[in-house]
Write a protein that binds this ligand. Structure first.
Ligand code: NAP
Length: 275
């Protein structure tokens, strides 16, 4: 898969970049082409020991040595980190810049750097931490097709990638895939409680629910059938599943999902204005 190898430098060594670079190495990307900076040593020491990566406490050094810079600090630190790089690292507009920070819009990065940078904004979701993520990606017109292929390759290592037309779509993807794990946990917990109410202990109830969820997701991802047809396939007319599904349908599940996503999109748009 690593037919497209560039030196990629992560600025910030938190959970998300660790998952991404871990997925890259597991997928065959050469560890010698991955470098990382972080202000404190412990995570860097761990990455050196675990993968033999080149690390530094100096963001300038990592950014200068990189063909591709992945900005992986918290959104509230982004301005300081980027303006500092802009001041000290030459030729940033000859590199590809990827940001994974939630909420910050692309126009902010043009303000921190310049309008000449080649920028891709990526919104990974938390299941990327276990290699089953969904990443929404938007590229600006300064990027090349080879740049976009490279970014696809990087984020495919930790799940699937979905290219989006504009940043508004990132807010929607965030409300579905970013917030989605929480919706599923909420639903799973409600099923667990229903099983507990009918006599199961919490361990058995949870095991039953999470394995069913995993099995259903696997069936959905391996099947060409629509989700409606898959549901019909396990719902015999007049049977017990039909009775259960009827209760969900009467509770207007479609409407509940629509309202939940709309509420999360609105909040994403509000939060984008905070930066
Ligand atoms: N985690 C997720 O599920 C998720 C999902 C989507 C997007 N994201 C985005 O991913 C980015 C990173 O998130 P995370 O979960 O990896 O955060 P995290 O685990 O809290 O890690 C943040 C890292 O940034 C380092 N840092 C602090 N100041 C720095 C500086 N000036 N220069 C370089 N590094 C610095 C911290 O170092 P110290 O340990 O030394 O303080 C820490 O290692 C965020 O922008 C977040 O919005 C995360």
């Amino acid at each position: 898969m690593s037919n497209n190898t560039r030196t990629i430098g992560f600025i910030g060594a938190g959970n998300m970049p660790q998952s991404i670079l871990g997925g890259m190495i597991k997928g065959g990307y050469p560890a010698s082409s991955i470098i990382v900076s972080n202000p404190s040593r412990p995570k860097l020491d761990m990455l050196e020991e675990k993968y033999g990566l080149f690390t530094s406490q100096d963001n300038h050094e990592i950014a200068a040595k990189s063909d591709v810079i992945v900005l992986s600090v918290k959104p509230q630190l982004m301005r300081d980190v980027c303006e500092d790089l802009q001041k000290h690292v030459p030729d940033l507009d000859k590199k590809l810049i990827i940001t994974i920070a939630a909420g910050l819009r692309m126009e902010s990065y043009y303000e921190y750097f310049s309008e000449n940078i080649a920028l891709v904004r990526v919104m990974p979701n938390t299941p990327s931490l276990v290699g089953e993520g969904v990443s929404g990606l938007v590229a600006d017109s300064n990027t090349t097709e080879a740049d976009r292929d490279f970014v696809t390759q990087v984020f495919d290592y930790v799940g699937i990638t979905i290219w989006l037309q504009d940043e508004d779509a990132i807010d929607v993807l965030g409300a579905v895939a970013g917030s989605g794990p929480a919706y599923f946990f909420e639903f799973m917990h409600s099923l667990q409680r229903a099983a507990e109410d009918l006599g199961f202990n919490s361990e058995q109830a949870r095991a039953m629910v999470q394995q069913t969820c995993l099995g259903a997701a696997k069936m959905a991802s391996e099947s060409e059938l629509s989700l409606v047809d898959l549901r019909k396939q396990v719902t015999s007319k007049g049977g017990s599943t039909a009775k259960g599904v009827e209760v969900y349908q009467q509770a207007e599940l479609n409407d509940i999902s629509k309202r939940a996503v709309a509420a999360a999109v609105a909040r994403n748009q509000e939060m984008a204005k905070l930066f």
